[in-house]
Structure formats: C-alpha cells, structure tokens
Design a protein around this ligand. Structure first.
Ligand code: EPU
Length: 428
C-alpha cells in the first residue's frame, strides 16, 4: 500500500493534459457488449476503475487488446456469460452498468450490487424500476441482482430522482429493445450524452440526451464502431481548483470548456481569472480567494464531484461560505481531515459553514473517497509543511498519473510505500 507525501507551498504553473472521463468510460466500455463486432475506443483513462471493467469484460469472454496508451480494441463476440460476481467487479460502482448492457445483449444479467465510494446510500431502485418497465423480472439471488426477460419492449419511465446511473442503465437495456422507450426526468450530465453518442455511432437511435427527456427507439443489432471518450470534467475542475488554491497560473488542456461552466462561474466568484479557448482553460490567481456559497445539483448545476475540492479552496478564503450538498447524504466526511489541517468547518446535515483561515498546516490525513482524496491533495499543496495522505487507492480509481501531472506543474508530491514512511525525505 502506498501513500502520498506532499511538501506544500509551491505555486502551480504550466500546462496539464486532461485524460478521458472516468464516468463516461465506465459506461461506454460495458456498452461495447451490445455490439455484434469489435469496437475501438480512444481516450480511455488509465485508472483502476477502468482496469476493473476490462477485467470483467475479459472474464465474460470479450477480447481486449491495447492498441496504444489510450486506445483499446474490444471484441464482444465471444461473450457467453451473463454473471458478474463481487470478486470480478472489485466493488466498483459502475458494475451496475453490466446489468443494463448484459440484459440488452442476452436478456439476462446476474451482477453483484454496486460498491463504490462511501458517500451515502447508493440504491439502485430507479435502475430496477426501468428494467421492470422494459419487461424484465428482477430478483436478488445469492447476493446477485438477477434480471431476466424473454423480450424487452419500449416503455415510459419517470425517474423519481435525477440519477446518472439509472439513466445510463435504462439507455443500455433499451437500445436493443423492441419499440420506443422514453426516460423522463433523465440525468443531463456530459457522460450521459457521451454514452448516447457512442451508442448512436453503433447504430442506435437515441434522441434528447442532454435534456431531461431521452427517447430511445430500439434497434435489432448494433455494430462495432470507433469512438473517442470526452475529457474528464472533474479531473479538469480538480486541477483548476488546485491552480487557484496555490495562487498559480495553469493551462488545462484537452477539455470541453462548456462542461466546466458551473466550475468556472464559481471560481470567478472567488476572484480567480479564467480564460477559455476551444479546448483549454487557463486559471490564474494572484490573491487570497474570496468567499462564495455553493450548492451541488445534477448537471448543469455545480457538480457534487467537485464539492470537496472547492470546499478546500474556500477553507483558505477571506470570509465565510456555505456549501450545501444536494445529491449525496454523506459527502462531508473529509471535513474532519481538513479540520486536522487547521480549517474551520462546521457541518450540519447537508450543509457546511466554512470560515476561511489564512493558512492550512500539514498533517497526516486519509482519503475517505475519490474526491475527498483529491481535496486532501489540494490541501497538502497549500499547507505549510509535509502532508501525508493514506488510503490513496481511492484516488487511483479516478485520477490518471496524478503524481506525474502535479509534479509537472511544480508540485512536490511523491508516492511512497506506507511502510517506508518515517525515512522518507522530500527534496525542496
Ligand atoms: N438514487 C436513488 N435511486 C437510484 C439511483 C440513485 O435514490 O436508483 C439517488 C442516490 O442515492 C443519489 C442520487 O440519486 O442521492 C444521485 O445518484 P446517481 O444515480 O446520479 O449517482 P451514480 O450514478 O451512482 C454517478 C457518478 C458519481 C456522481 C453521481 C452524481 C459514476 C460511475 N458515478 O453516480 O461519481 O457523484 O453520478 O453526479 O458515474 C465520482 O466520480 O466521484 C462519483 C461518485
């Protein structure tokens, strides 16, 4: 097991290249199962959640070949199994997408319930409601969610909560159903649109992705295609906030600025200068950030997956900010860790009151989940002294080459084995 050791106090500067979006990749790669022939997928991020998906695809009988650093050819034609056990899926959240994809392909799927970061209850009732409306019978057998259908037929589903996962899973199962499926109150996240674009490039007939009503006219067959995954808006947002928090000057390349609108708006509110190009944004900050209130909401609202990182910026702001979590029940577990570092955060239910302090101090902290871990890195970068972050396997789920990328921007960050910790020395 490793940890990160960060010597804080460096201004970040230079350029960083953003990888393909985790939350699009973990939907698109299982969606390949719906094709009759091989797909070539580009801009695939090298992160542990994606590697876990490849493991499952191979165990189901697909062939996965790496063509270059970010491009894979996946041939699903040999897939005969519809079972994904807990051991196979390694407790990742996105294992649930194998339910929709296998149900669409084979009319049967037995998949371990999804795991993922502990950020509150993670039910799948809306996914199941969609599968049942399509004609599947869903039971829990031997700890696996078992969905089976003789045939899948178009239907109308209204989602009681705006759910990315349910929207994606219903699209997967409906793409090869007979007739038209309508998802109302659908999620509008960029990765939902990316999956629809991918399925359409395989021959699906999906309209309205990116709005709250998605219409899927089922087709009999989907064919192999070549597709490039969109850039990761949350990875981009994380580097943007890190640049602002260290009073840096960083150009974030390979991004879709439109996907970053809410993050850009909030950064500007704290006094950050943001320039935008076609596929880059530049973040420049010269002073202590100002206060700003945020409330997380489904897209196009401020993303919950940026809440811990942004709260870390507000922890050193000049004033008092209120952060309200509107998506998950339990996304303030990182607040204790920031408090160890000198932050002043009072959490009450779904809100946190953050009174900015001038400086954070280094401490030994842990990464409670993926985005909490990203927040700890930002805190370590701005703190005085040497911060150590444990449980970094969460961070590896979603950030490709995080040490290399921050190092390239001038940060002093190392990955070291936990046992070697007391002897580690960091160069200035
Ligand atoms: N919900 C239900 N029933 C359901 C599904 C969801 O009540 O059947 C509730 C959840 O409890 C939650 C809300 O609806 O309160 C939204 O959940 P959603 O289904 O949208 O979340 P998800 O699909 O499990 C994805 C991302 C998360 C991100 C959320 C919200 C993936 C693999 N994960 O999760 O990403 O926070 O959407 O945008 O796409 C992350 O990347 O760090 C991460 C946690």
């Amino acid at each position: 097991m490793d940890k990160f050791v960060i010597k804080g106090g460096k201004r970040l500067s230079g350029k960083v290249e953003i990888s393909g979006a985790k939350n699009a990749a973990v939907a698109i790669l299982p969606a390949v199962l719906l094709a009759d022939s091989p797909c070539i997928i580009d801009n695939v991020p090298d992160i542990s959640d994606v590697n876990a998906i490849f493991t499952v695809l191979r165990q189901l009988g697909a062939t996965v070949n790496k063509l270059n650093r970010t491009t894979y050819e996946i041939d699903p034609s040999g897939v005969r199994s519809y079972v994904v056990t807990k051991e196979m899926s390694q407790s990742m959240r996105a294992s649930s997408y194998f339910l929709g994809a296998l149900l669409g392909r084979m009319r049967r799927a037995k998949v371990a319930p999804p795991g993922g970061c502990d950020i509150g209850l993670r039910p799948i009732d809306q996914h199941i409601k969609g599968f049942e409306a399509l004609g599947a019978r869903v039971t829990i057998e031997g700890g696996l969610v078992d969905a089976r259908a003789e045939k899948l037929g178009g239907c109308s589903v209204y989602l009681d909560v705006v759910s990315v996962g349910a929207t994606i899973n219903i699209m997967l199962a409906a793409a090869r159903a007979r007739g038209m499926t309508v998802i109302e109150n659908a999620a509008r996240e960029p990765h939902v649109v990316d999956l629809a674009n991918f399925l359409n490039s395989m021959g699906a007939d999906i309209m309205g992705a990116g709005t709250s009503v998605i219409k899927i006219r089922g087709v009999e067959h989907l064919k192999g295609t070549e597709y490039s995954i969109i850039p990761d808006q949350i990875e981009a947002g994380t580097y943007m906030v890190a640049a602002a928090a260290t009073k840096g000057d960083v150009t974030i390349c390979n991004v879709t600025p439109k996907h970053l609108e809410s993050i850009i708006a909030k950064l500007k509110e704290t006094g950050v200068t943001v320039e935008e190009g076609d596929d880059w944004v530049r973040v420049v900050m010269k002073k202590r950030p100002g206060k700003c209130n945020i409330k997380t909401m489904p897209h196009p609202g401020f993303p919950t997956d940026m809440q811990p990182q942004f709260a870390t910026l507000l922890a050193i702001s000049n004033g008092t900010s209120i952060v309200t979590e509107g998506v998950w029940d339990n996304r303030f577990r990182y607040a204790d860790q920031l408090t160890f570092m000198g932050a002043d955060i009072q959490v009450d239910g779904k809100s946190a009151v953050i009174t900015g302090v001038e400086k954070l101090k280094a401490a030994a902290v842990k990464s409670n989940d993926l985005r909490a871990g990203a927040a700890m890195i930002i805190a370590g970068l701005i703190a005085e002294g040497v911060t150590e972050i444990e449980d970094i396997e969460y961070i590896d789920r979603g950030y490709e080459q995080v040490v290399e990328k921050f190092t390239q921007l001038g940060a002093n960050i190392k990955r070291v084995p936990v046992l070697d910790a007391p002897t580690i020395k960091i160069a200035n």
